[in-house]
Design a protein around this ligand. Structure first.
Ligand code: AMP
Length: 629
């Protein structure tokens, strides 16, 4: 099947396209209705189908003869533990945990919060919920207590699962005091808190409410997967917003299973028996789609890594894992690769490892700057692919579909729309724009299976946030353009487009140029207020280790580069060196906060911020900027 053929089919006849994909799934009852459109623009996929996501991920794989194959490899350089689970072993663990959850009063449709580090029990907890039809909501471990409280309030869990601690490099983060504090803040209270005691820290348990995970499990009996409607929610995932109430993205069982089986095979080119490594955390959407459900539903072995790209113990950590487990494909965020490059610019550590098993690397989460892209291809000798998606979609919107014939990749682009996604670009009035014209990136409805169709407990907010800006389209919030061949270029959130003397310019494009400078490890370009021009760009730059270039010289060189490549109209003339950039815990640069600091406006440090101390550093560096008003 070629990419062109599949894509055309998926857009002209979505019903027959997705019906054929759904045929390949082991439903408990096959759907007879493929697509139902609702009056408000949302839709239901596979409405009368019945299935169980945990069954597809575990029991069905065993029935296919994969019981003794490794399902999950846990590698934890922070604790020194390496552990494997076959499909049989994982299924047995999950079935017993599901039995325990049920005995603690968790019923189909109930919310369950999982606030855990990257230990296999986190994946088991997700799958155990799926087995009995409970709706899990994984909250990234170590999120502050008030963030956890907000999610508890919204998801109203019957049960909260946690561990005594997580590890950040060699720093131990005790989770239980954070959970206790969150439960003091939240009005809603779960019936029980199940606590996994890790060897490093023994958490104090509150009698009656808190239970020791391992002890409680001793008396638990395994349970079978229940039958669920395709539209029943599998999980809620809160997006990493910077302010306000988090948005609870809801993922349905049916659409998710069909979409992930399609994506693993056709986008990522993975086959049953392959080893796949989704380098992320169960607290993010990637952890759901590409660490747990996607690889397991496709009979792959998933690598479950509790470590970092660097300092666990060094910048060779990823390559060690690839070689040790013969990883065939991986996903990671650009920020991780930039961290590795900063410490190992020549790839000396990479050359110590045999990467023969690896077929390609997929990167997403933010724009893959061309400098990092070229470097990564050069030092690994493997194809590196940028691809683009969102928590809301749950699986790639644009990507090279390496599992389809005729799939092409174009560096600099996040590649063409994946079958199922009708990606277009609109101007402010909602009129379609032609090739190479920059505007709002949207997806014509219907969205393919797997994409969220509502927010937990707030359908109106979903309609308002995603469907009302451009009737007939899903609004991604990203800006960019398509070239004449349909390759998509994401230039960042539409808020990251700046207006310099009436010219709309992309800070993403400038970042790409700045990142090409040999001394630059990473950078952020933001628009700051200017009395005359409205906004002007400002670049904040982190240097590679061992670079001695001064700020003035770097500024001179970068100004010349931007002038030559983008033009003097960009008014790019300010560069500041910083030690590090403020990022969310998932590695996205917090440009909105940088803008506020640069403009001297009040701001609240977002609770998603990785390390609040960085804001003080940035304030110091930018203290002398001319202020608005
Ligand atoms: P999240 O839902 O937290 O995964 O964030 C999704 C957002 O990350 C997208 O809407 C984009 O703004 C950004 N993003 C993800 N992947 C890419 C990419 N390959 N290129 C540019 N931006 C990306």
């Amino acid at each position: 099947m070629t990419y062109e053929h599949s894509y055309a089919h998926s857009i002209s006849e979505p019903v027959s396209f997705w019906q054929a994909q759904a045929e390949q799934l082991a439903w408990q009852r096959k759907p007879t209705v493929t697509l139902q459109q609702n009056a408000d623009g949302t839709h239901r996929w596979f409405a009368d189908g019945r299935l169980n996501s945990c069954y597809l991920a575990l029991d069905h794989q065993i029935e296919q003869g994969r019981g003794e194959q490794l399902a999950l490899i846990y590698d934890s350089p922070v604790t020194g533990v390496q552990q494997t689970f076959t499909y049989h072993q994982l299924r047995d663990e999950v079935a017993r945990l599901a039995g325990l959850l049920r005995s603690l009063g968790v019923r189909k449709g109930d919310g369950v919060i999982i606030y855990m580090p990257m230990v296999p029990q986190a994946a088991m907890a997700m799958l155990a919920c799926a087995r009995i039809g409970a709706v899990h909501s994984v909250v990234f471990g170590g999120f502050a207590a008030n963030e956890l409280a907000l999610r508890i309030e919204d998801a109203r869990p019957t049960l909260l699962l946690t561990a005594s601690c997580g590890l950040e490099f060699d720093r131990v983060i005790e989770y239980k005091p954070l959970v206790d504090r969150a439960l003091q803040l939240a009005r809603h209270q779960p019936r029980h808190v199940l606590v996994l005691q890790r060897p490093l820290v023994s958490a104090e348990l509150q009698p009656g409410r808190d239970l020791d995970w391992q002890q409680a499990l001793l008396g638990a009996a395994p349970v079978a997967p229940v039958e669920l409607d395709a539209g029943d929610p599998l999980y809620i995932m809160y997006t990493s917003g910077t302010t306000g109430k988090p948005k609870g993205i809801v993922r349905e069982n049916g659409g998710n299973a069909v979409a992930l089986c399609y994506a693993m095979r056709h986008v990522y080119g993975m086959r049953a028996g392959d080893v796949w490594w989704g380098i992320s955390d169960v607290g993010w959407v990637v952890g759901h789609s590409l660490i747990v459900y996607g690889p397991l539903m496709n009979g792959c072995t998933t690598v479950f890594y509790e470590g970092k790209p660097i300092r666990t113990p060094d910048a060779s950590a990823y390559w060690r894992v690839v070689e040790q487990y013969q990883v065939n494909g991986l996903f990671c965020a650009p920020t991780a690769m930039r961290a590795i490059r900063k410490e190992d610019p020549e790839g000396a550590l990479i050359r110590r490892h045999n990467l023969d098993s690896l077929r390609q690397l997929f990167l997403a989460g933010e724009k893959l700057d061309s400098s990092t892209h070229e470097w990564l291809e050069r030092v690994t000798g493997k194809p590196v692919h940028d691809h683009w998606w969102q928590t809301e979609t749950g699986w790639p919107v644009t990507a090279p579909c390496v599992g389809l014939e005729g799939s092409a990749a174009r560096p600099g682009s996040s590649n063409r729309a994946v079958p199922g996604y009708n990606v277009q670009v609109l101007d402010d009035e909602g009129k379609p724009l032609g090739p190479n014209q920059q505007g709002a990136i949207v997806i014509a409805l219907p969205l393919p299976p797997g994409c969220s169709q509502t927010l937990w407990g707030d359908h109106q907010r979903y309609l308002q946030a995603y469907l009302q800006s451009y009737p007939g389209y899903y609004h991604t919030g990203d800006g960019g353009y398509l070239d004449e061949d349909g390759f998509v270029y994401i230039m960042g959130r539409t808020d990251d487009v700046i207006n310099v003397s009436g010219h709309r310019l992309s800070t993403g494009e400038m970042e790409d140029l700045v990142a090409r400078h040999p001394a630059v490890a990473e950078c952020a370009v933001i628009g700051v207020h200017d009395e005359i021009k409205g906004q002007v760009p400002l670049a904040l730059v982190v240097l590679k280790d061992g670079q001695g270039i001064g700020e003035a010289q770097l500024q001179g060189e970068l100004v010349a580069d931007v002038r030559e490549q983008i033009g003097a109209l960009a008014c790019f003339n300010r560069v500041r060196l910083v030690k590090r950039l403020p990022k969310t815990r998932s590695g996205k640069i917090l440009r909105a906060v940088l803008r506020k600091i640069a403009d001297g406006q009040d701001y609240t440090a977002p609770s998603t911020l990785d390390d609040p101390a960085v804001l003080g550093e940035i304030e110091g560096v930018l203290a002398d900027l001319p202020r608005a008003g």
